[in-house]
Design a protein around this ligand. Structure first.
Ligand SMILES: Cc1cc2nc3c(=O)[nH]c(=O)nc-3n(C[C@H](O)[C@H](O)[C@H](O)COP(=O)(O)OP(=O)(O)OC[C@H]3O[C@@H](n4cnc5c(N)ncnc54)[C@H](O)[C@@H]3O)c2cc1C
Length: 808
C-alpha cells in the first residue's frame, strides 16, 4: 500500500513540479521530503533511498556534475554540432527576440502580451495621414500609372519628394519626418489601398536601403551629406544586393571589389575597383544614389592582413562614369521603377563604403540587422492595406451586384470567400499593429519580421484570389474602374521580395527561431564554441541541464494539456476567448517539446528537413498571429460586434497550427517516434475544428452592411468618393442601395409585384406615376442607379488605347 502511495505521489508530484518548471533543487527537496514522510508512515526500501542519493547527489553537486557528466556531454555535442558559415552566424545573431520567444518556450505569459502598449499616432503623424497622404491618394491614378504612363506622374513624384514621403525613417535633425514604425505602416496601408505602385515607391526608400543603413552605420560626413538630401528628395536611393547568380542565396553574390589605388577628383586615393551585375532593383532606373553590396578583396594587403574581407556595402552616386542604370524590368504590369544595374571595373574611393573603410566586410551584418526591421513594416503593411480596402469593397460589391434576383453576397458560395477576406483583414491589421508596436518599443524582431512577411503576403495573395473570384468579370477587365486586378497581378511580387516565401517558411522562420527563441540552444552553441575550456564547461553545464529540465517540463505539460484538452490551464479572460488562450497553452508546450525531440533526433539534419522545420515554423507563426488577434480584441475594448471576426481569425489560425502539427507527426522521419509523440500530445485525438458555415455567414454579412465592426476593418483607408477611387464611390453606392431597398419594398407593396434593384430610374418614374413614392425618393433611386451602374460596369477602350507603346 505504501509503495503504491509512494509511486502515485511520485508521479503526481513529479508531473506537477515539471509542469510548473520547478528547479532541480526544488525537485530534490520535494522528493527527499516525500521519502522522509513515506519512511515515517510506511516502509520504504533502502534501495529506493540509495537510488535517490545516487541520482540526486551528483546532479546537485555542480563541480561533480561538470567533471563527470557535462564534460562528456560537451565532447559529444561538439562532435555532432552542425557547421555554421559566417553569413549564417551573422544572420542568426541579427536582431532581437520578442513575444515569439515566449510562445516558443511552452508557457506563454498572457499578462505580458496584454501589457505591451497599444501603438498610437502622434498629432503630427495623424495630420500627415489626413493631409499629404490623403492628397497623394487623390493624385494617384493606378490605371494611368500602370497602363498609360508606366510611372507615377511627375506631379506626384514631386509631391512625394516635397512632403517627405521618402523620409519617414530619417531623423528630424536631418530634415526627415522621423515617424514611428506604426505611423509608417498606417501611411503605407492607406496608399496601398489606392495604388500598389505608389505604396511600393514610398515603401522602398523607407525600408532596407541607404537611408536606414546610413543612420545606423554611416560616418558623420556621410550622414550630413546624404540624409538631408534623401529627406528632401534631392537624392532618390535604391539598394542593390540581388544578382542573376544570387537571389535567395544572397550571401553568394559574385559581385567583386578589389582594394587598390586610383585617381579620384584629380588625386591618387585608396579605393576599390568594383564589377557588379545586379537585377530586380527597385528604383534603380531613377536612382541618384545606389547602395551596392559586393565582396571586397584586398590582395595587396593595403588595408591589413586579411585578403578576403567579405560582403561590403557602399553608396555610389549614379552619375559616375561606368555606373549603368536606366533600363527597366516589367514586373507583372505593376509599373513601379525596377531594373538592372551594372558596372565593370569602376573605381571608387574607400570613403564610399557605408561607415567608412573600417566597415569593410561588415555588409552582411548590416543588411540582416536592418532587414529585421524593414521586413516587418513595408510588405506586411502594403498587404494589409490592400486587403482592408478589398474587404470593404468586396462586401459592398457583393451587396450591390445581383444575380438570380438576389445580392450575390447572400449566396453561400460567395459567403465562404467573403468570410476569408473579412477574417484575414481583421487578423492582418492586428498583426501589423502588434509588430510595428514592437519595433517602436526598440525591438528588431528578426523572427517576427520573417513570420509577418511570409504570412501576411501569403494571406494577401489568397484573399486577392478570393476577391477576384467574387468580382468575376469585373475583376478581370482592367481599367480605371477595376480595383482588384492590379493587386492580383502584383501579389507574387510581395511573395518573392525580401526573402522569397517558400525559403522564408522552410528555412528562416524556424531555422532562426529555433536557435534564437529557445532558452538554451544558443547558450549551448556559444558555450561549445568558447575557447576557454573552463568557461565553456561551466556555461555548457548550466545550459544543458537547464535544457533537460525544460524538455521534461514540456513533455509533462504536453501530456497533461493533451489529456485535459487544456481545460484547466491559465487564461486571462473567462469569456468566449478563454478556450483560445488554453489551446494556445497546449500548442506552445507542444512546439517546445517537439522542437527538442526534432533537434535530438535529427541534429544538423533538421536544417535540410525543410518540411519538418517549415511545419514547426508554421505552429510558431500561427500562435503569433493568434496572439495578435486576441490582443487587438482587448486593446480595442473587447467590442462584441467584432466577435465573429475574432472567432473566424483565431479558429482559422489555430486549425492551421493543428494541421501543421498533425502533418509533422505523420511525416516525422523516425516513424515510431512520430507515433509516440502523437500518443503524448493527442491522447484523445485531434480536437480543434476550423470555422463553420454559420460563422462564415456572420462575417460575410458583416462586410455587406455599414456597421461599426466593418468601419474598424476599413479604418484609416482612403474612402473619399473621388473619380480615381472606385472603392470610395462604391462605398457611397452601398449606403444608397440599402436606402433604395426600403423604397423598392414600398413600391412592391403598392404594385403587388416583387420589384427588383435594377433600372431604378425607370422604376422611379413608374412609382411616381403611381404616387407611391415622393420626388425625393425618386431622386434617390435615380442617383442609386448611377452608382449601381458605376459599380457593376467595366471599362472598354478603343483598340488604339490598348497598344502598349512603351513595350514596343
Ligand atoms: C519586383 C522585384 C523587386 C525587387 N527589388 C529588389 C531590390 O530593390 N534590391 C534587391 O537587392 N533585390 C530585389 N529583388 C530581388 C528579390 O529579393 C529576389 O527576387 C529574391 O531574393 C528571390 O531571388 P530569385 O528571384 O532569384 O529566386 P530564387 O532564389 O531563384 O528562388 C526561386 C525559388 O526557390 C525558393 N528557394 C530558394 N532557396 C530555397 C531554400 N533553401 N529552401 C526552399 N526554397 C528555396 C525560393 O523561395 C523561390 O520560391 C526584387 C525582386 C523583384 C522580383
Amino acid at each position: 500500500m505504501s509503495t503504491l502511495f509512494f509511486v502515485l505521489f511520485f508521479i503526481i508530484g513529479f508531473g506537477a513540479l515539471a509542469y510548473k518548471r520547478a528547479s532541480l533543487i526544488s525537485f530534490t527537496g520535494a522528493f527527499a521530503l516525500l521519502l522522509v514522510l513515506s519512511s515515517i508512515i510506511g516502509d520504504v526500501s533502502n534501495l529506493i533511498w540509495i537510488l535517490f542519493l545516487v541520482i540526486a547527489v551528483p546532479l546537485n553537486v555542480t563541480t561533480f556534475r561538470q567533471q563527470y557528466i557535462s564534460v562528456h556531454l560537451l565532447e559529444l555535442y561538439r562532435s555532432i554540432m552542425p557547421e555554421m558559415s559566417r553569413t549564417e552566424k551573422e544572420a542568426i545573431d541579427a536582431g532581437t527576440i520578442w513575444w515569439e520567444a515566449d510562445l516558443f518556450k511552452g508557457a506563454p505569459n498572457w499578462q505580458k502580451l496584454h501589457d505591451y502598449p497599444t501603438p498610437r499616432l502622434s498629432s503630427q503623424e495623424q495630420a500627415f495621414l489626413d493631409g499629404p497622404v490623403e492628397q497623394a491618394c487623390v493624385m494617384a491614378n493606378e490605371h494611368d500609372i500602370c497602363h498609360n504612363d508606366a510611372d507615377l506622374s511627375p506631379q506626384l513624384w514631386q509631391f512625394l519628394k516635397d512632403n517627405g514621403f521618402f523620409a519617414m525613417i530619417i531623423k528630424k535633425q536631418y530634415g526627415g519626418l522621423e515617424f514611428t514604425a506604426y505611423a509608417q505602416s498606417r501611411v503605407l496601408q492607406k496608399l496601398s489601398g489606392v495604388s500598389t505602385v505608389l505604396a511600393s515607391t514610398v515603401g522602398v526608400p523607407n525600408s532596407l536601403g541607404p537611408g536606414e543603413l546610413l543612420q545606423h552605420y554611416g560616418t558623420t560626413e556621410q550622414k550630413e551629406y546624404y540624409l538631408p538630401r534623401l529627406a528632401d528628395g534631392r537624392e532618390i536611393p535604391c539598394f542593390a544586393l540581388t544578382s542573376p547568380e544570387a537571389g535567395s542565396d544572397a550571401g553568394a553574390i559574385p559581385d567583386m571589389g578589389i582594394v587598390c589605388k586610383g585617381q579620384w577628383d584629380g588625386e591618387e586615393v585608396l579605393g576599390m575597383r568594383i564589377t557588379w551585375n545586379k537585377r530586380y532593383i527597385t528604383l534603380a532606373p531613377v536612382a541618384t544614389v545606389l547602395g551596392l553590396a559586393f565582396k571586397l578583396n584586398d590582395p595587396d594587403g593595403l588595408l591589413g592582413e586579411q585578403e578576403d574581407l567579405g560582403i561590403t556595402c557602399a553608396l555610389i552616386p549614379t552619375d559616375v562614369d561606368g555606373v549603368e542604370i536606366g533600363r527597366r524590368h516589367f514586373p507583372l504590369n505593376v509599373m513601379f521603377q525596377n531594373g538592372p544595374t551594372k558596372g565593370d571595373d569602376v573605381f571608387f574611393p574607400l570613403s564610399f563604403i557605408i561607415g567608412g573603410p573600417s566597415m569593410a566586410g561588415r555588409g552582411w551584418q548590416m543588411l540582416v540587422e536592418c532587414l529585421s526591421v524593414g521586413r516587418g513594416i513595408t510588405l506586411p503593411s502594403n498587404s494589409t492595406g490592400g486587403i482592408k480596402t478589398l474587404a470593404l469593397a468586396s462586401g459592398a460589391y457583393s451587396r450591390i451586384r445581383r444575380q438570380f434576383k438576389i445580392p450575390i453576397g447572400k449566396m453561400e458560395g460567395i459567403e465562404e470567400p467573403l468570410a476569408r477576406i473579412g477574417g484575414n483583414a481583421y487578423l492582418m491589421d492586428a498583426v501589423t499593429t502588434m509588430t510595428t508596436g514592437a519595433i517602436d518599443l526598440g525591438e528588431k524582431p528578426s523572427v517576427v519580421s520573417a513570420i509577418v512577411k511570409y504570412h501576411l503576403t501569403d494571406r494577401m495573395q489568397r484573399c486577392v484570389i478570393d476577391a477576384m473570384d467574387i468580382h468575376g468579370g469585373k475583376g478581370i477587365c482592367l481599367g480605371p474602374n477595376n480595383y482588384v486586378g492590379r493587386g492580383y497581378q502584383g501579389a507574387p511580387i510581395a511573395i518573392t521580395v525580401e526573402g522569397a516565401n517558400i525559403l522564408t517558411r522552410s528555412l528562416i522562420i524556424y531555422g532562426q527561431g529555433a536557435i534564437r527563441c529557445h532558452p538554451y540552444v544558443l547558450a549551448e552553441l556559444d558555450a561549445a564554441g568558447c575557447e576557454d575550456e573552463r568557461q565553456a564547461l561551466e556555461e555548457f553545464d548550466s545550459a544543458v541541464f537547464g535544457h533537460i529540465g525544460f524538455a521534461i517540463s514540456n513533455f509533462c505539460r504536453s501530456l497533461w494539456l493533451g489529456i485535459s484538452n487544456s481545460r484547466f490551464s491559465n487564461a486571462p479572460f473567462s469569456d468566449d476567448t478563454k478556450r483560445y488562450y488554453q489551446h494556445m497553452n497546449r500548442f506552445s508546450a507542444n512546439l517546445a517539446f517537439l522542437s527538442d525531440i526534432a533537434m535530438a533526433c535529427l541534429g544538423g539534419e533538421l536544417k535540410r528537413k525543410e518540411r519538418i522545420s517549415g511545419r514547426l515554423g508554421d505552429i510558431l507563426s500561427q500562435l503569433y498571429l493568434t496572439s495578435a488577434v486576441l490582443k487587438r480584441f482587448d486593446d480595442e475594448g473587447r467590442q462584441q460586434a467584432d466577435l465573429p471576426l475574432v472567432h473566424w481569425a483565431v479558429r482559422d489560425s489555430l486549425f492551421k497550427a493543428q494541421t501543421a502539427l498533425d502533418e509533422l507527426l505523420r511525416n516525422f522521419p523516425i516513424k515510431w517516434v512520430g507515433k509516440l509523440l502523437r500518443l503524448v500530445m493527442y491522447p484523445t485525438g485531434i480536437t480543434l475544428v476550423t470555422t463553420n458555415d454559420e460563422l462564415d455567414q456572420q462575417v460575410a454579412q458583416l462586410l455587406q452592411t455599414p456597421n461599426m465592426a466593418r468601419d474598424r476593418i476599413g479604418a484609416g483607408q482612403y474612402w473619399a468618393a473621388t473619380p480615381n477611387n472606385p472603392v470610395g464611390v462604391q462605398e457611397q453606392t452601398l449606403t444608397d442601395v440599402i436606402a433604395a431597398e426600403a423604397i423598392i419594398k414600398k413600391i412592391s407593396k403598392a404594385t403587388g409585384e416583387r420589384e427588383q434593384l435594377i433600372f431604378l430610374d425607370k422604376l422611379a418614374d413608374k412609382a411616381l406615376k403611381l404616387g407611391c413614392i415622393t420626388e425625393e425618393e425618386a431622386e434617390h433611386l435615380r442617383k442609386t442607379e448611377i452608382g449601381r451602374l458605376h459599380s457593376i460596369n467595366v471599362d472598354d477602350f478603343e483598340p488604339s488605347e490598348l497598344i502598349a507603346n512603351m513595350a514596343k
